[in-house]
Write a protein that binds this ligand. Structure first.
Ligand SMILES: C[S@@+](CC[C@H](N)C(=O)[O-])C[C@H]1O[C@@H](n2cnc3c(N)ncnc32)[C@H](O)[C@@H]1O
Length: 196
C-alpha cells in the first residue's frame, strides 16, 4: 500500500496477464505508445476544456479515471492539482508514471485500478474526470457511480464521451443515454476531432 497526496491508501490491482484487456479482447497495454502519439492529440483539447469548465484550482485533489497516457492528468498537474490517475492497463499506467516523473510532478501518481471498482474511500477528491474512458466500461453506470462516490459533495464529476447517434459509438448504451432528450447537454461547443 502507498499513500497518495489525497491521504488515500491505494494498492495496485493484483496481477494477471489480462489486466488492461477489454471484454472484447482489445489489449490497451500494447497500444500505449501508439495511443500517446495518435489518440492523445485528439483527446487533449477535450481534457483541457473539461478541466477549464470544472474550475479546479491549484492544490485541489483530482482523480482521472481511465487516464490512458494522461491527457487530463498532465493538464491538471500542470495547473497545480494533486492528481491520482487510474487505469486498468499497466502499460498505460507505466507510460503515464514515466511522464509524471519526467515533469517532477511529485504530488501526482498513476495506479493500476479498475474504474468500475475504485479502491478508494468515499469523498476523497474535489473533482473526478473521465475523458473517453467510462463510456467504454462494460458497466458504465457503475463507473459513473464510482466517480461520484469518491468525489466531495461540492465537487464535480466530468465525463467526456463520443457523440451518440452517429459513427463508432452509435449503438453504445452510454452515448444513447447521455444523448437522451431528458438530459440537457452542456451548451459549450466541443473542440473538433471528437471520436465517434
Ligand atoms: C480511449 S482511452 C482514453 C484515455 C484518456 N482518458 C484520454 O483522454 O486520452 C480509454 C482508456 O480507458 C482505459 N480503460 C478501459 N476500461 C477500463 C476500466 N474498466 N477501468 C479502468 N480503465 C479502463 C483503457 O486502458 C484506456 O487507457
Amino acid at each position: 500500500m502507498q499513500a497518495h497526496e489525497s491521504g488515500q491508501q491505494v494498492s495496485p490491482v493484483a496481477g494477471g496477464e489480462t489486466l488492461g484487456a477489454s471484454p472484447s479482447g482489445f489489449d490497451w497495454n500494447s497500444f500505449a505508445a501508439d495511443y500517446e502519439a495518435l489518440g492523445e492529440p485528439i483527446s487533449r483539447p477535450h481534457a483541457e476544456q473539461s478541466l477549464g469548465l470544472s474550475g479546479v484550482t491549484p492544490g485541489e485533489r483530482v482523480i482521472d479515471v481511465a487516464a490512458g497516457t494522461g491527457a487530463l492528468t498532465l493538464a491538471a498537474a500542470r495547473a497545480g492539482a494533486k492528481v491520482l490517475a487510474v487505469d486498468f492497463s499497466p502499460g498505460m499506467v507505466a507510460r503515464l508514471s514515466d511522464r509524471l516523473r519526467a515533469e517532477g510532478r511529485d504530488s501526482c501518481e498513476a495506479r493500476v485500478m479498475d474504474g468500475q471498482a475504485l479502491e478508494i474511500d468515499d469523498v476523497r477528491f474535489d473533482a473526478a474526470f473521465s475523458i473517453f474512458g467510462v463510456m467504454l466500461f462494460p458497466d458504465w453506470q457503475c463507473g459513473l457511480a464510482e466517480m461520484a462516490r469518491v468525489c466531495a459533495l461540492a465537487g464535480a464529476a466530468v465525463s467526456r464521451c463520443g457523440r451518440g447517434g452517429k459513427g463508432r459509438h452509435q449503438s453504445s448504451p452510454f452515448t444513447t443515454h447521455i444523448a437522451s432528450p431528458s438530459l440537457t447537454p452542456h451548451p459549450t461547443p466541443l473542440p473538433q476531432g471528437l471520436p465517434g
